[in-house]
Design a protein around this ligand. Structure first.
Ligand code: TYM
Length: 344
């Protein structure tokens, strides 16, 4: 198989509470990449079980993420939407990468430290080796570009390290089997735009997250119009007028966050939003932002509800996507086995 030149892969965990950060940092950007790239979008259920999940909720959350992809505008016929556990190559390649990656590399992963917290001894082995599974997700399809939020940057650097070490360790065999000088690509992270790190609406120094105990800290993709407007009205602000320059904006966490959300929803830049709102009060920005958020998110919310009322249809889309993903995955696994020296 020749190396694709413009293949996008990305994944979202089915762990509930899909929020505006997931949408603006990732899912919305999945949609626009469809024009220029061959796209594979995955509901990463194998990643979800690195922490305990209720089986019924896991299935519901898996359908919810798939519905969000579709409702946001990903076309599952022209591109691929699937859930990870239906393609066994992810787990197979992850094992091989567990033998390529070094303990020292994984020990440096900040997300493991955050997620495991103080009780590291009690974290699952899967939570520790999570980044090698993520590398396998991407490299199983030899994806060239990965759109993600800023919090995934370190994992993508590790993916590149794994790719480089594999290409180097097996260089001779890769050349002998006519795969050129490198089998796996140096995948490029796509971390760009005004919304790579959306912050909590209650605390501009904390990332908006699924696990924040305060529901007011985030806008969920399942929130109705009234709830969205209420959460924006209650968002933390300060008593000064909104800054007029990008320099000043950087020192004002809450203002920076709301301006970034506005820019991403309106598909413009923070600079442009400042031209309109700079020097004005938060009380002018907030109602405008609430209207914009409702206008952009309500259609997605409605479409998600419609899709979730027909779970059989969503399951069929995931099955079809998995069948097509598996064809690509099996080819990679076969070639990797040949490179390593496994008899197949
Ligand atoms: P996950 O499920 O935590 O988040 C899904 C996507 O949403 C982005 N994101 C944010 N972006 C901006 N602001 C925020 N506050 C915010 N919170 C989350 C994440 O960066 C991500 O892009 N490890 C990944 C899932 C994964 C993956 C992959 C991604 C597994 N395999 C392969 C890309 C490629 C994760 O836990 O994302």
């Amino acid at each position: 198989m020749s190396q694709p030149s413009n293949r996008v892969f990305s994944g979202v965990q089915p762990t509930g509470n899909l929020h505006l950060g997931n949408y603006l940092g990732a899912i919305k950007r999945f949609v626009s990449l469809q024009e220029s790239h061959e796209c594979i979008y995955c509901v990463v259920d194998l990643h979800a079980i690195t922490v305990a999940q209720d089986p019924q909720e896991l299935a519901t959350n898996t359908r919810e993420v798939a519905s969000a992809f579709i409702a946001a505008g990903v076309n599952p016929k022209e591109h691929i939407i699937f859930n990870q556990s239906q393609v066994s190559g992810h787990a197979e390649l992850a094992w091989i990468f567990n033998c390529v990656a070094r303990m020292g590399w994984l020990n440096r992963m900040t997300q493991f430290k955050e997620k495991a917290g103080k009780n590291r001894e009690n974290a699952s082995v899967g939570l520790f080796s999570y980044p090698t599974l993520m590398a396998s997700d991407i490299l199983l399809y030899r994806a060239t570009h990965v759109p993600v939020g800023d919090d995934q940057k370190q994992h993508l650097e590790l993916t590149r390290d794994i790719s480089a070490k594999f290409n180097n360790d097996f260089g001779e065999q890769i050349r002998n089997l006519q795969h050129g000088d490198a089998y796996f690509p140096m995948t490029e992270p796509l971390i760009e735009g005004p919304a790579t790190r959306i912050m909590s609406l209650r605390d501009g120094s904390k990332k908006m997250s699924k696990s924040d105990p305060s529901d007011l800290s985030r806008i969920n993709l399942t929130d109705d119009a009234d709830t969205i407007a209420k959460k924006i009205r209650k968002a933390k602000s300060d008593s000064d007028a909104l800054p007029e320059t990008m320099e000043d904006l950087k020192t004002r966490a809450e203002a920076n966050n709301l301006i970034g959300i506005y820019a991403a929803l309106a598909e413009t830049t923070k600079e442009d939003v400042l031209k309109e709102f700079g020097g004005k009060e938060f009380s002018v920005l907030k109602p405008a932002l609430a209207d914009l958020a409702v206008e952009k998110l309500s259609p997605i919310n409605n479409e998600m509800k419609r899709l979730l009322d027909a779970p059989g249809d969503v399951d069929a889309i995931l099955r079809d996507g998995s069948d097509r993903a598996r064809v690509i995955a099996e080819e990679t696994i076969k070639e990797v086995k040949d490179i390593i020296g496994f008899i197949s």
